[in-house]
Design a protein around this ligand. Structure first.
Ligand code: B12
Ligand code: SF4
Length: 495
């Protein structure tokens, strides 16, 4: 029997550093959640994880066509912003060869640019927004029965002639996250993966202006119960011996009380596993961090963003540089590793502000924290992008915000190199700055280059291939436990 839908995960970590390709297989949560929902409702899902492809060049339209050669009539593709250009280009070829198939995009990549995508690229039939659990069953059912998209919630689609782009009303958010069944773990060979992510919550109530996650979930957070999270962890441990979990949600640390209660329940469960999580400076008090470290948390990651109170205030970060210093100095004595994420290149970040960040980064590095700077990325759903009010951004083929790798560039230090045979993808990005603003920069000459020079001089970007060996490709998600760097780790090693 032909499947009711082919669901493809295109969310992947793939970076070419010098001569090597860094790939890290992470469980594809979004599409596995949807697969499970559909299976429970009696539909047949052809689930495919493109992370497992074996093509020499995974980012070639021909290979995507080959990969989808025997797909169902309805094809749903999950994509992040970095692979949005490639996906759009590749799906064009796919649709040319399969005009009868319906192509639906989903995931965070098309967020806030659904209209121009549907207006300009007729080979995309519709784009899903919000939580897929709310719309995936009606999508498949209405497609099967020929009713189209008109009554499917959370859909944006191209209407009949003259109707333009139609935005269907949103479904309510899922408030009781425990009611969502666990991802369809039985559809993947768990043992092949390195990163086992778990989402303990959805959404974040803060209003950081550069954030691309909180707007996706509408600035409202919902949490799973401890029992529900632990049941998922236990299932993964039983199925595949998973003993390191990556809590991928931004608001795991929501209140110290909640985190301590989770640690208590984790200890009581006797699971005996390690984990990593994201924290928030103003919510991370010493007792809570102590409890986390005592129950297997190896790594806590903070979005510090800037060492300048001026920038912190303008980005509405909700804490001060002094608070960050207090929390990081405490954290490095408790965890094997503390990650400190910074964003640089804000339009209003003066060189003075920037130097305050660099000074703080150096201090934290000396304490053993791992410093992860990222050049500001103007994703379309962010407030900081809207604040530009049309101020033109600049494109530079040698330099992308770390985020925005398309798969074709070779990273050399902070610079990227592009083989001319792939230059059409970069032409495509340049032709659509409103769809792909994340690849563009604010004031290269006055803002980006001078700051990058300082960061390179201070060793925050790898200078050569050897340095790269020492760098984790994607600090935000790394499933590795080696190379502990904190004051705690140094102390343990010295004993
Ligand atoms: C886990 C994760 C990863 C994993 C993905 C694992 C995988 N195979 O799926 C890995 C490690 C690969 C990854 C990599 C990257 N990531 Co990441 N990642 C996340 C994280 C923390 C959680 C994603 C997740 O699992 N969510 C849980 C599921 C349930 O939600 P979901 O995927 O959105 O899916 C739901 C809906 O979107 C919808 N849906 C999803 N797909 C589809 C498809 C269809 C057809 C339909 C109808 C609906 C639908 O239904 C789902 C259920 O409700 C998010 C932050 C976040 N909170 O979202 C960042 C995030 C997605 N990542 C981001 C980025 C930028 C990256 C990188 C590009 C860069 C980086 N430095 O992190 C890299 C890729 C690097 C490279 N060069 O290749 C950004 C994306 C921004 C954007 N607008 O695209 C986010 C939002 C974080 C951020 N702001 O920095 N990431
Ligand atoms: S940057 Fe972090 S704290 Fe700020 S809104 Fe986004 S997820 Fe929330």
């Amino acid at each position: 029997m032909a499947a009711d839908i082919t669901l493809v995960n295109l969310n992947m970590l793939y970076v070419r550093y010098y001569d090597s390709v860094e790939k890290e297989l992470h469980v594809p949560l979004g599409t596995l959640y949807l697969t499970r929902i559909l299976e429970d409702a009696g539909y047949e899902v052809d689930f495919r994880d493109y992370q497992l492809n074996t093509y020499d060049d995974p980012f070639d339209a021909e290979n995507i066509c080959d990969y989808l050669a025997d797909s169902a009539d309805l094809v749903g593709v999950s994509v992040m912003a970095n692979l949005l250009p490639f996906s759009l280009v590749a799906l064009r070829t796919f649709k040319e060869r399969n005009p009868e198939k319906t192509v639906v995009l989903g995931g965070v990549g098309p967020k806030s640019v659904e209209h121009p995508i549907l207006e300009r690229f007729p080979w995309i039939d519709a784009i899903a927004y919000g939580e897929g659990e709310r719309m995936i069953v009606p999508l498949v059912e209405h497609h099967r029965t020929g009713r189209g998209f008109a009554e499917v919630p959370n859909m944006i689609w191209r209407g009949e002639a003259g109707q333009g782009v139609v935005v269907n009303p949103p479904a309510d958010r899922v408030e009781d996250l425990d009611s969502i069944p666990f991802p369809a773990w039985h559809r993947i060979d768990l043992a092949r993966y390195e990163g086992y992510g778990v989402m303990t919550s959805r959404g974040c109530p803060y209003l950081c202006t550069f954030c691309s996650v909180a707007p996706i979930w509408g600035h409202t957070a919902h949490h799973r119960s401890n029992a529900n999270i632990l049941a998922e962890m236990s299932e993964l441990k039983q199925r595949a011996g998973v003993d390191l979990f990556l809590f991928q949600d931004e608001f795991f640390v929501c209140t110290p009380g909640q985190v301590v209660s989770f640690c208590d329940d984790l200890e009581r469960s006797g699971l005996g596993v390690d984990w990593k999580a994201f924290g928030r400076v103003n919510l991370s008090e010493p007792k809570m961090m102590e409890r986390m470290a005592g129950t297997g948390c190896l790594e806590l990651r903070f979005g510090i963003e800037s060492g300048s109170d001026n920038v912190l205030a303008q980005t509405r970060k909700g804490f001060s540089a002094e608070q960050a210093v207090a929390v990081v100095s405490e954290g490095v004595h408790l965890f094997d590793r503390v990650d400190a994420f910074y964003v640089w290149g804000f339009p209003y970040e003066t060189m003075d502000d920037f130097h305050q960040s660099v000074f703080q980064m150096i201090s934290f590095r000396m304490m053993g924290a791992r410093i992860l700077p990222s050049l500001l990325c103007f994703l379309p759903q962010t407030e900081i992008y809207r604040e530009l009010k049309g101020h033109p951004l600049e494109f530079c083929r040698e330099l992308f915000p770390e985020y925005m790798l398309t798969g074709h560039e070779i990273c050399r230090s902070a610079r990227v190199q592009i083989d001319t045979k792939h230059s059409s993808i970069f032409d495509f990005i340049e032709q659509h700055p409103d769809i792909f603003p994340g690849f563009f920069h604010y004031d290269l000459a006055g803002n980006v280059w001078p700051k990058l020079k300082v960061l390179q001089e201070m060793g925050f970007y790898p200078a050569d291939a050897e340095d790269v060996e020492l760098t984790d490709s994607c600090g935000a998600h790394s499933p590795r436990v080696a190379q502990a760097t904190s004051a705690k780790a140094q102390l343990t090693a010295a004993r």
